[in-house]
Design a protein around this ligand. Sequence first.
Ligand code: GRG
Length: 308
Amino acid sequence: MRTADGLAEYLDARRADVEATLGTLLPAPPDAPDVVDSAMRYSLLAGGKRLRPILCLASADAVGGERMMAMPAACAIELIHTYSLIHDDLPAMDNDTMRRGRPTLHVVAGEGMAILAGDGLLTEAFHVLAREPVSRDPQVAMRKLRVIETIGRAAGVVGMVGGQAIDLASVTPDSAGRLPQLDATALRSMHARKTGALIRASAVSGAIIGAGSDDQIAAIDRAAGEFGLAFQIVDDILDVEGVAATLGKTAGKDAAAGKPTYPALYGLDASRRMAAECLDRAAATLREAAIDDDRLLAIGKWIVNRSN
Ligand code: GRG
């Protein structure tokens, strides 16, 4: 069994691998115009926690795969995640002025450039996925296609964009000035799409490119679904508790906007209990699939709790 010992060292090492690779995957000037290149890098290289790429690499490790083969997928997901944050922060969406501890991109570069930087990051992510890892092995080509399909589905209307659309609609009054109400089931579905889908795709992509078996991939998918749900519940708790430093964004906004949140629906204590139950289910799922890897579970817990 691989244990969770040395988790902090593992996280630091994987984060350093990701940081060293991220910037190299984007086209550089003069191929990319300076103005959009610097906007993309402002947000991308602003020191996010890199939860999703680390999860992707850890999943490749958990199925005994070659970790560096998963690096392009890990970084492509971070490009997509960064695009989503840039667009989410725009005045037309969440209208936030702080992200990753610094002013949001539209504040420093203007709305138009922020939209284009997001578009650029999303598009370059699929450029990376199609290009790398470079291999003549038809098995690798098949796995790359499966990863493109997985990430495309998670980032698109079935996943993140769809979840964001439901979220936006939930705070947009109809012609009679009424807000659509999300019940607990609808709330869960919105979060499964908006934040859960990309977290799941991160873990699944690592398992696919790491040549995991279908059973291993399915178990990792289910466990990551639990990580994603717990992540969102904790996000809502942090928003209520006003922990802006941990969130890296303005706290208290969701509650102020009247957005449905877990603490609003269930209360803080029950929300904390629900997050813990998600982690218990993830552990059981990995155990049942004989993915005897405490590290993957420890990384799931780290993702949920955002702590080192
Ligand atoms: C604009 C299509 C589109 C989608 C936006 C992800 C998202 C959908 C919106 C972000 C809103 C938000 C703050 C959701 C809560 C969970 C979340 C994604 C937090 C930020 O992720 P972290 O904690 O951030 O991984 P860092 O900066 O560490 O990468």
